[in-house]
Design a binder for this molecule. Sequence first.
Ligand code: F3S
Length: 276
Amino acid sequence: MKIELAENYGFCFGVKRAIKIAEENVNAATYGPLIHNSKEIARLDKDFKVGLVEDFKTFKAGDKAIVRTHGIVKEELRALKESGINVVDATCPFVTKPQEIAQEMSEAGYSVVIFGDEAHPEIKGVKSYATHGAVVVTSVDELEDLKLHEHIALIAQTTRKVEDYMDIANYLIPRYKEVRVFNTICNATFENQDAVRKLSKRADVMVIIGGKNSSNTKQLFNISYENCKDSYHIEDENELDMNWFANKQLCGISAGASTPDWIIQNVVNTIEKSIN
Ligand code: F3S
């Protein structure tokens, strides 16, 4: 069996940037997980003494708080700064952008519609910037009974599939006077998705590596599964089952934007060892 890595996979620009910021700020703590990968978070704790704080009230004046890649709620950011905490912002610039759009469009009187997962930290953050509120939807069905202004600003979670976002835009455009559709889907996601789509069409087994709570890894898995029913989402090599590879010719591998190279390499090495 041949093993082939997708053309684009793994760490994106925003995650690389956040990890560099964390490594440069020893003895700090991130507010919420810096990225959606518990193993990398444990490494930062062990090697750089960068801990994890889940409740922002735990921070004391003088502490150093690193804001997670997905960003945080506007009021919490203000509260941290006002409490004398040294805030180091590792929010990905591609997440800061939709936050700014939400604020600007809301203040300009637009109904802000966000296509994404309401429970996801990124969306909680983006929503909090819409001064007059925003609605969050995951499908066209949820738009049917909504009362919106004639002027709409549409924003997507950075990790959403373009095709699904277009469905939302296509529903709104003929029904409202003005619909401003902002392309807030990040390129890294798009490139990783495109690469997994191509590879999963050729492979007869696919392994997608990433945190079980990582939205972009789940999207990669869904795309892979559409083309290859033998697709598996694992967090690391310990979850591999070698039966998956019996009588297979090509094993494709991809990884979410918050999956470090060392975990990907461990998976590849374990599969290689077992097939040889
Ligand atoms: Fe940023 Fe895109 Fe990565 S939004 S954190 S560069 S997946």
